[in-house]
Design a binder for this molecule. Structure first.
Ligand SMILES: Cc1ncc(C[n+]2csc(CCOP(=O)(O)OP(=O)(O)O)c2C)c(N)n1
Ligand SMILES: [Mg+2]
Length: 621
């Protein structure tokens, strides 16, 4: 049987008990919580909270309910910070935003039934984007206290299984602390992801004398023999290397810079890898490599002159997912080394000459031990080509195309200019996400965030609030389309209540422009894409937050500065005119879909477009 990612991960959950550290530290007589142990007599709810504190949780996101009130009360007693949100999708997205910004597992607490089902889109985003979460989920009474037809009596475990690495169902109060510890360990093990702990509410009030040791996430094994093969290939110094770096490199920026300089390799990142390599570095070509990504990456990795093309791709901590590759649109590169913490990802999309199962940081630091054998001479011609390709890209981005509102590209460039480089930016599922991936230059790890592979609309507002809650001093901005805004705008009430000074820039074009782009190309008309005209000022007033409106490209600079200068949450409506601005990602994906059509599909498609092209009036929306 082929072991896919999910099978492997559920397997890991099933043997979760083995994750518990076996070493037994000395018990300090009478002292509770010694060396990370959970010690002493307490209720299930208190044990949950003690374990969260020991695991370094800074904030729990969620909504209480009858099955979890005991837990929320215990959080308050212990002083564990929490953030109430307005919908459980937000709870998951907040925990996700926290995890992406801090690098630590994010925690959410939701009630069974609707609390669980509401949270699934956000937990699913974390699963496919490899983000560590721990979801603490209440359950109906089980065992002796079970009764038929209890409120929220959905099968929580079955609902959560497909969107998590694993689900721990607690059956006795004595298991509470160990289950939470194992959940943290599993969430952070190998390729990170969400884990759920389902606790019947009756166990939260039961008491037990706990002696629960710390759990450690087992490290990623290091595949020495494949590493040796990788070094052999990299040591062929006549081969031109290009690096494709993903989120797995996010905490190893310094190593990545050193390795790129040793190899004189241009560096492209995936969307979720943006920031792991400073995009202002002379070897950075920005996001992706191929006609869907930056012009610089396409030219430098592919290049028209075969003598300049990358011959050896070193892919580190990256998965070649659909969004980052523009529907698997990247050019074929002769040799590939693929390094990943999850062996199931290696070679899955791109055939690899060498696959190394290893942590990205361990791989890169070991590579640097071989620096003398890998070293290439400084390649000034390459650096010049990158510089001029980036300058061409910038000229294209700076061209203003909007006529009756602000230009989306100008908005992004102006936001970049005004947002400090350690500011956090959360970009939603607007078509602008593809423009931002190209043009929004990121120079620091964990500062650029996008719901990449589940594309869950509305994610950015709660995700930004989740991060801002634990990073009060950092500037935090949201870039969201008006359609996505309607999915999570209620969360502005949370920003107002807690004075979380997130700056929400809504790109208002009164439409799902993303869908219009996809539909127009394929059907020559649009269907179900027009949104209501809204009074944003009244909405901001209703929520009690500061409001600003930007109408034109020339108003961007001052408007954005004023918004960023405000110490409170701000709703900023940016009236946006997409016009026909070229979006490389969309064009490349459309071309690729077209190439994959069967002759019969292509004929039908062309006939439909042909007949619509001669229609005098298009039936839009
Ligand atoms: C929950 C969810 N529903 C539907 C979609 C499909 N979808 C992707 S983008 C989009 C429209 C986005 O519109 P808007 O936020 O206004 O951004 P714009 O492209 O207009 O800037 C839709 C419907 C999705 N990704 N997620
Ligand atoms: Mg829109």
């Amino acid at each position: 049987m082929e072991l896919d990612r999910r099978t492997l991960l559920h397997g890991a959950a099933a043997v979760g008990g083995l994750l518990l550290a076996s070493r037994v530290p000395a018990r300090a007589g009478g002292v509770r919580r010694a060396s990370g142990w959970i010690e002493g007599k307490m209720t299930g709810a208190m044990a949950v909270v003690e374990t969260l504190v020991q695991e370094g949780c800074d904030c729990v996101y969620g909504i209480p309910g009858a099955q979890e009130n005991e837990l929320w009360d215990a959080m308050k007693s212990r002083g564990l910070p929490y953030l109430l949100c307005t919908h459980e999708f937000s709870a998951a997205a907040m925990a996700d935003g926290y995890a992406r910004a801090t690098g630590k597992p994010g925690v959410l607490a939701v009630v069974p039934g609707p609390g669980v089902t509401n949270s699934l889109s956000g937990i699913g985003e974390a699963l496919v984007d490899s983000i560590p979460l721990v979801a603490i989920v209440g359950d109906i009474a089980q065992g002796e206290k079970f009764r038929p037809f209890q409120v929220h009596c959905l099968d929580q475990v079955a609902l959560l299984k497909p969107v998590t690495k694993g689900v721990f169902h607690v059956e006795e109060v004595s298991q509470v602390a160990a289950a939470i510890r194992q959940a943290f360990a599993l969430a952070a093990t190998g390729e990170p992801g969400p884990v759920a702990v389902v606790i019947p509410y009756t166990l939260l009030t039961e008491t037990h004398d706990f002696h629960t040791p710390p759990a450690e996430a087992p490290g990623v094994p290091f595949d020495e023999s494949c590493f040796a093969k990788a070094i052999e290939l990299l040591a062929q110094t006549h081969l031109k290397v290009g690096i494709y770096a993903g989120q797995g490199c996010m905490d190893y920026s310094d190593l990545l810079v050193q390795l790129a300089e040793v190899l004189q390799a241009p560096v492209a990142t995936s969307v979720s890898g943006k920031g792991c390599f400073p995009e202002c570095h002379p070897l950075s070509v920005g996001w992706g490599y191929g006609s869907h990504a930056t012009g610089a990456s396409e030219r430098v990795f592919g290049g028209l002159n075969p003598a300049n093309q990358v011959e050896l791709l070193l892919a580190i901590g990256v998965r070649f997912s659909e969004v980052s590759t523009g529907y698997y649109n990247m050019p074929k590169i002769r040799h590939v080394i693929h390094v990943d913490a999850n062996p199931c990802n290696i070679g899955k999309v791109v055939r690899a000459d060498v696959g190394v199962h290893a942590d990205a940081g361990a791989f890169m630091s070991k590579c640097l031990e071989f620096a003398p054998a890998l070293k290439r001479e400084r390649d000034d011609k390459l650096l010049d080509r990158i510089k001029s390709a980036k300058a061409d890209d910038l000229r294209r981005h700076q061209k203003i195309e909007a006529l009756s509102g602000a230009d989306p590209m100008a908005f992004l460039l102006t936001l970049r200019k005004n947002l400090p480089c350690d500011g956090l930016v959360f970009v939603d599922v607007t078509v602008t996400e593809h423009l931002a991936a190209e043009a929004f230059e990121v120079s620091k790890p964990r500062t650029y965030f996008n719901p990449t592979d589940n594309q869950a609309m509305g994610w950015s507002i709660p995700a930004a609030l989740g991060a801002q809650r634990v990073m009060p001093g950092r500037p935090v901005a949201v870039v969201i389309g008006d359609g996505c805004f309607l999915m999570s705008a209620m969360e502005i009430s949370t920003a107002a209540r807690e004075n979380l000074p997130v700056k929400i820039f809504v790109l208002d074009d009164q439409a799902y422009h993303y869908m219009q782009r996809l539909q127009r190309a394929a059907y020559l008309r649009t269907t179900a894409t027009i949104l209501a005209r809204m009074n944003y000022a009244a909405l901001a007033d209703g929520f009690g937050v500061w409001y600003r409106e930007i109408h034109t490209t020339s108003g961007l600079d001052q408007g954005i500065q004023e918004v960023l200068d405000c110490p409170h949450p701000v709703l900023c409506r940016v009236i946006t005119d997409y016009r026909d601005r070229k979006i490389r990602w969309i064009d490349a994906v459309a071309r690729r879909y077209a190439r994959e059509m069967t002759p019969a599909q292509a004929t039908r498609f062309l006939a439909r477009i042909g007949s619509r092209a001669v229609q005098f009036q298009r039936a839009n929306d």
